[in-house]
Structure formats: structure tokens, C-alpha cells
Write a protein that binds this ligand. Sequence first.
Ligand code: ADP
Length: 335
Amino acid sequence: MTSKAPEYAAVATAPEARPFEAAIRVANLSHRYENRMALDGVSFEVRPAELFGLLGPNGSGKTTLFRILSTLMLPSGGRAVIKGLDAATEPSGLRRQIGVVFQAPSIDVKLSAQENLRHQGHLYGLSGTALTNRIAEMLERVGLADRARERAETFSGGMQRRLELAKGLLHHPCVLLLDEPTTGLDPGARRDLWQYLQMLRDQEQVSVLVTTHLMEEADKCDRLAILNHGKLVALGTPAELKREIGGDVISLETADPASLAERITTRFAVNATVLEGTVRIERENGHRFVTDIVEAFPGEIQAISTSKPTLEDVFIHRTGHRFWSEASPPREAGS
Ligand code: ADP
């Protein structure tokens, strides 16, 4: 069996070593839909000016957590606090602190970019020259200044997403929440969006929480919380989490994986597991160990590979199964 870390076990820094007031604090948060536990005692903190990722396969509870943070839903238990304001008891104050970009498009495509932002500004009580200036500034910042008067329906998917971002940021929030913001975008538009999020963090000190089911996006975050079936299974920087694997990941193809895994475990005192028909071993100096295995079991191994740990390996290490099972394949090709 793959060794499982205890729930909430984190590679995070000890609390006493953190000289900051959390931008977001999620404490023992739970949510139940009738008889289904969608979130089960999740706790983590997002620091000021941090790009924080919430990574998990479909159904892991990301959207539920996102909806609680954005005050659309009350949790069944625990607390979600943003800038000291509790999502359950101080929702209106909290809403002023956050910008939200939902998965579903929220812009009116029949309106121009400028008009979309003007409406948003009015909702937040902005008006007059201050609003006009802020709209111009935001459109400039998201690269839409030259399209300000054009209807959003004439924009590409990437441009529409950037307009959503401008909407979410119009009222100067210090925390930005984005739910799978790159869904449906081409690779170039995805890259642009991530560069923009990094710029927001670095130049405006905005704390960004982004949900994703894409490993390559999660890799770009400063820190990550990984969810599985509503539970927090890992918390830390991508590098810290991968380091926990300790060395390399070796995969072996063979006719009888269960038997070979058992014999490797006995002979070399390592934890060889079988994952979807492949023998899997986490081991330092993998390439050297591969030679030992091939020599010990001549003619039995059909294919062998050694690789540096990825976030998928972290997920397997923590849960004992792959990120995408056959029952929940990735929603987008190449992800
Ligand atoms: P994710 O965003 O990671 O895909 P969700 O938060 O949407 O996960 O879902 C977590 C779990 O809660 C899943 O098992 C899902 O089927 C269930 N769920 C989500 N929304 C509802 C709902 N409105 N009613 C009942 N179950 C729900």
C-alpha cells in the first residue's frame, strides 16, 4: 500500500513562524448536501500577496469551498474568514474585500467592455469621474483599452475572461477569488491570464485564490491546498510537496504486477505498489535502483521509466490513487 499521510498533515511552516495576518482563513470548514459530505473539516490560510491554488479532481469540493468563500452559501460547519470578516456572519463587509471571477461567464456580451464595467461600478457605489478613470485604468491594465467601446460578443474567449477580471478588480479588492478561470481558453490566453495574476500579486499585493484541476497551473502557485473527496490531503509549496516523495518515481510494466511488486518489496525492503496495472516505487537515485531490479528479475520487466515527482505523484502518495480515475476523466484535453 502507498503510505498515506494523516489528514491535514501539511508541509507548511509552523504557525509561530508566520508573521502575517491571513488574507483568507478557512478553519475546520465542512459542508453537507443532504447525505453527501462535500467538504469535511478543511483548514488552511492564504497569506497576503500570495498566489494560492486549490487543486482537486472533479467532485473534490473546490466549487463548494469557493461558493462559501464568496458568500453565496453558508457552510454546515467551521469558519471561512477573509480579512477578518466571517463569510457567514459579515457577508456584506466581506464582499467589499473580494473580487470574484466565477466559472460561468458574468459579462453581458451585448454591452461594450466599458458599459460592462460601468454597471459593475454602480453596483459597488462608484460613479462620476472616479469611476470613469478607474474603468480606463482597468481596461488599459487588461489590454482592452483599444476595444473599450466594442461589444463583448466580438471578443475572443481570452479577451472576455480579461474583461471578467477587470470587473472583479474594479472596486480595488485585496483578495481575488477565481473558479477555474482558464476553462475554455487556448494555451496562449491561459499563459496571459497567469502572468496577469502574478503581476497582481507582485505589483498590487493582491491575495489570489484560484481553483484548478490542472497540474501545470497548480505548479505556478506559491502554495497549494490539494483536496480529495472534500478533505485536505496536502498543503504546501509545489516544491515542498514534491520533495516529500524523496527522490524519483519508478514505473515498471510487467505481466504480473502484483507478484512483482510483492517480490520487489520483500527483496529490497521498499514500498512497491500497483497502480492501474503498473508497479510504482518512490526511491532516491531511481536510475541506480532500476539496474538492481532488472538484474534481480531478468526477463520479467517489459518497460521501465524513472521520473522526477510531479504533483500527480504527490496526489498518489497522499491518496493511493490517481488524480483522474476512469470515472472522472479530465474535462479538457491536454490537462
Ligand atoms: P468540484 O468543484 O471539486 O468539482 P463540488 O464542490 O462541485 O466539487 O462538489 C463536491 C461534491 O458535492 C460532489 O460529490 C458533488 O457531486 C456534490 N455536490 C455539489 N453540488 C451539489 C448540490 N447542489 N447538491 C448535492 N450535491 C452536490
